[in-house]
Each structure stands twice: as structure tokens, then as C-alpha cells.
Design a protein around this ligand. Sequence first.
Ligand code: BGC
Length: 497
Amino acid sequence: MDQFTIFGCFIFILRSCSGTQLEEDYLKFPPGFSIGSASSAYQVEGAWNVSGKTPSVWDWFTHKKDSTVMDQATGDIACDSYHKYKEDIAMMKDIGFRHYRFSLSWTRILPTGFPDKISQEGLQYYKDLIDEVRRQGMEPFVTIYHWDHPEFMNRLGSWTNELMVEYYAEYARIVFRELGSRVKVWATLNEPEQNCRLGFAKDVHAPGINLPYFGEYLCLHNYLKAHARAYQIYNEEFRAEQGGQVGIVHLCEHFFPQPSHDLETSRIGFECGCGWATHPIFSKEGNYPQVMRERVNGNSKLEGLPFSRLPKFSPDWIKRIRGSSDFLGINVYTAREVRAMPREKNGIWPNDFGTELIINETWPVNTAWLRVIPQALGEILRRIRDVYDNPPVYIMENGATSAKGVNDYNRIEYLHDYMKEMLLAINRDGCNVKGYTIWSFLDSFEWSEGYTDLFGLVEVDFTDPNRKRTPRLSTKWLKKIMQKGRLINIKDLGQLN
Ligand code: BGC
């Protein structure tokens, strides 16, 4: 070996050593980083008519004779977390989680939907739940609304009716007033975009309004106003005394361009996807993304409509919505590829945006809609960093289903690979991510899929009246991660069971 070869080898060894060391450092969770798991009221609580609770839109949707929910399942009993929450929280504490994200049921607190009547029993349930989370050393992350508004509001058009803005704001005020001394992290709303698409442009979710190209825009418009009102109420009436943070949770998926050099189409996919609800709050200028306005307004015009199907915010509303969040909560599961669509002969974009979303058949399948594509999490975090000036982000949902039984190796692999992408985005790329939340703690009512998609870290036996819980293998792996404060591969752990 001549001296150049020896020198070359030395440099190579040095590089790979420091590369490995660097990679090791990247896999540490930053100080103060919070890891937890999540649920939502309708999906786990059950006790649908207990303590004076009146029907929510999901009670109505699942009780309908012609319900389209898989196996005509309902959330009447669900995981019975209304009665079993202490058991659940004890298991979370055992894993070492730092937070628990759950939502409140509007009609459990306000049986008429309005503050004329407050159910003390319903309120007490949430006080006890929050106190228990705290007693076990975790932080409650409380979502005020996760899709289950009072049923009668449905007959008024639900989120297509602007009255919902003030109805929701009154509910939020009660919640801040009654529970705010116990809560430091609030999310006003969960995934408005998904609820508006599946429940207002389609009939897959409640309320099943099914008015494509109208329903979803109207719905989200009112959702954003409702969010801004709740934020304003918190600022004016509660922030000084309670000192919490108020944010919102959006579904933000990444769209890989097809072909890969078409970055503009990927950008448009982002603006009309995550950006639809995020841009009005987190961009400097506010309002819907420009490209989205141009395309929906343009299409509406070409269709001969005297107005745009995308409602317009007044300058006052643009101002009130802009900046109305202390953090951005995002839910990330999967990704799609996006391809530019040609205009139709009359110049119209077939789907308003001129983008076609495609599933890449080579991506591993988890469920019908969930393909496993961990890089997508890093991509979306970096885009949020760049487009919205690196706001504080909480990942409020990320997870995958597993088969029945406790050996959820596929979930461990999924969570490992997604968390790794997240940690690289934080530690290497400077993304401002404050927390990570696994969906979900328990197997639960999975909306249109009933009880067939099993997202739980903990298995629930839905045939057992006692809803027996059995922690899956992933809980043991997570416990090690929580102890070590860094991501570990299951292969480095040896046997878990
Ligand atoms: C929702 C959850 C749901 C999860 C998995 C998210 O869109 O917020 O309620 O269970 O996806 O389907």
C-alpha cells in the first residue's frame, strides 16, 4: 500500500466514523420533546347516552337504518373509555409517555348544544380524566372538537351554515372557562379538510352531505372562522390567567411529483392540500393560497357561474384568521404522487386544481388508503419549515394498523422509520417540531371502517363486554425508547417478549 492509499483509507474510516456518530446524535429526541398517543371522544368513549349526553352527528350517522359504516358498527360502547380511562392512563404511564391527546364530546358537556345548560356530570368526567392524566405525570393535549357536533345542527346544514361559527365559539368559551385552568395545550379542531372532503363533498363520513366542489369549500370556510373565533376568545378572556397554547390540527400529506422534476405540480398539490387550511393561518399574507384561488375562481367562471365556488373572505376575516395559532398540529400517515392534469377542451380543470393524485403501487400497503412511505414525513416537515417560516409543529397523529394479536412488528417498523425521518428533519434540518403523537393508543371505532382497521398500540377485545385491553409488542419497544431518550431499532433490542 503506498502512502496515498493509506491516507485515503484513513480519511474513509474517519468519514464513516463521524458519519455514524452524527447519525447516532440525530436519533436523540431533543430536550423537552414530548411523545404521547391519541384518541378521540367518539372513537373510544362509548357511553353515548349516559349522563344526559344527547346524540351527536356520529350517533345519528351510525344509527341510521341504511348506515354505510362497515358492519353497521357504532360508537355506542366503543372502548368504553368513559368508564375505563384510569386503566388506559395507567398503561400510558407505564410506557413513559409524556402526553395524551384526546377530544371532548360537545353534547356530553352541552346537551342542548348551547351554554343554556351545562351537564355537570359530563364536565366532571373531563375534569377527572384531565386530573388523572396529570396525576400520572402526563400533559393533557385537548382537542375541543373532533367531528362530533350536536346532531340537530346537522339539520341546519352543519358546517355549511355560517351559524356554526358562533355555535362553536360559544362551546369553546365554556370549555376554556371550565377546564382551562387544567390544560396547557389546546387544539381547536381536528382535520377540517378531511372532515369537509369526506362528510361534505362525499357521504363517507357524517354528516354525508355529498355536495362535491361546493360542500367542502363552504365547510372549511366556516371551520376556519370558528377556529379564529375560539383563538380570539382565548386571547381576550383566558390567556393571561391560564397561559396555555392554542393551535389547530391539519391533515398534511406530501405529494411526490410525477415525473420527479415537476416540482411546480408538487407545490400546487401542497398548496391545495395542506395549504388550503394552513395558508390562511400560517402564511404572512393570509387567505387561501393564491394558486388555489386562481384555479377554483377560474374554473367557476368557465362553468358560467356568476360567483366562485370558493367562498371569499372579507379583509377583516383574512386578518382575524391570519396568525390565529400558537402552533401547527399535523397528522401524517401516507403520501401520494401528483401529476399535472391537462385542462379539458373548454379550458376547465377536471377537478378544480389541475392535479391528479396517484397511488404508487410499489409502495408497501398498510390499509386500503395507507401506503407506508416514511420519507414523506421528512418532506412535509421541511416544506412547512420553508413555506410558513418554521412554526412550532406538533405531530398530532402518525401510525399504522396491524393484524389481530399482539405481535405488531409491522407497526414497530412503521413508527421507527417515520420517527427516524422526523428526527433527521429536526436534528439535521432544523425543523421546529415539539412533539410526536402516535395514533392510536387503543384499537377504536375507525369511522367508516368500523372496528376493522386496528390502529391501537393496545389491542381491545370488542367481543368482551369488559373490553379487555392487551398491550401489543410495540408498547415494550416504546418503553425502551422513552427510557433511553433516543430512537432504537428493534434489531438492536433483541427479544422483546
Ligand atoms: C383522524 C382519526 C382517524 C385516523 C385514522 C385521522 O384522519 O383524525 O380520527 O382515526 O385518521 O383513520
